[in-house]
Design a protein around this ligand. Structure first.
Ligand code: ITT
Length: 195
C-alpha cells in the first residue's frame, strides 16, 4: 500500500523522502486535494504526531506517517517544545532570531538543548498507532551558521562544533532526531509494505 507523509512542512517532507528511499511508495499532501489541518492540541510530541497521523489517514484512507517535532531549550524550561512552529510569527529566521534574543546573556554551559522528533504510523480504519521517538542533543549558538536544513538548524550547535545547517542532508539524516526516529520506524514500514 502507498504511504502518506502527513506533513505540510517542506523541510520535513524533503528529509523523510531522503530517509525512506525506495523502501515504500510514498505520496505527500501536495499530491492530494486539500485536507484541513487538524488542531495540534496535544501536550506532547507523541500525542500531536498521533493526532496528525489519525486525521490524515482518516481523511485519505491511506496509511499515514506524521512527524511532530521541535526544539527543547533547557534554559527556557523546555520551550519552545511542541510550540516550536508557532514560537514567533513569520519565517524560520524570525523564530531562531527570537530564540537568540531570549537567550542573550545566557552563558555557553547553560545553552544546552535537544531536538525531539516523534513519528507516528497509523493504518486506515483506525486501530493501533505505532510511535517512535528520536532525540539529538546540542546547544544553542550565538549567531546563525550554515544554509542546509530548515527551522532552527542554523542556531543548533552539535557536539563536534558544526551547526546542524552546516551538515549535508546525508550527514543530518545520520544523526538527527528525525533520522533516529525513522530508523526505529523502518521495520514497521517494511512490515507494512510486505517485507
Ligand atoms: P506539520 O505539522 O505539517 O508536520 P509543522 O512545521 O507545523 O508541520 P510541528 O508542529 O511538528 O510541524 O513543528 C515543528 C517545528 O520544529 C518546525 O516548524 C521547526 O521550526 C522545528 N523543527 C523540527 N524539526 C526540525 C529540524 O530538523 N531542524 C530544525 N528545526 C526543526
Amino acid at each position: 500500500p502507498r504511504l502518506l507523509f502527513a506533513t505540510s512542512n517542506a523541510g520535513k517532507l524533503r528529509e523523510l523522502r531522503g530517509l525512506v528511499g525506495d523502501a515504500v511508495e510514498v505520496v505527500s499532501l501536495k499530491d492530494l486535494p486539500p485536507i484541513p489541518e487538524p488542531e495540534e492540541s496535544g501536550a506532547t510530541f507523541e500525542e500531536n504526531a498521533e493526532i496528525k497521523a489519525r486525521a490524515y489517514s482518516a481523511a485519505t484512507g491511506l496509511p499515514a506517517l506524521a512527524d511532530d517535532s521541535g526544539l527543547c531549550v533547557d534554559a527556557l524550561g523546555g520551550r519552545p517544545g511542541v510550540h516550536s512552529a508557532r514560537y514567533a510569527q513569520g519565517d524560520d529566521k524570525a523564530r531562531y532570531e527570537k530564540l537568540l534574543a531570549e537567550l542573550s546573556g545566557v552563558p555557553d554551559d547553560q545553552r544546552t538543548a535537544a531536538f525531539v522528533c516523534s513519528l507516528c504510523l497509523v493504518q486506515p480504519g483506525g486501530g493501533r498507532a505505532i510511535v517512535e521517538v528520536g532525540r539529538c542533543e546540542g546547544r544553542i549558538g550565538h549567531s546563525p551558521r550554515g544554509s542546509h536544513g530548515f527551522g532552527y538548524d542554523p542556531v543548533f550547535i552539535l557536539p563536534g562544533g558544526k551547526s546542524m545547517a552546516e551538515l549535508t542532508a546525508e550527514e543530518k539524516a545520520g544523526i538527527s532526531h528525525r533520522g533516529v526516529a525513522f530508523q526505529k520506524m523502518l521495520p514497521h514500514l517494511r512490515a507494512m509494505a510486505g517485507g
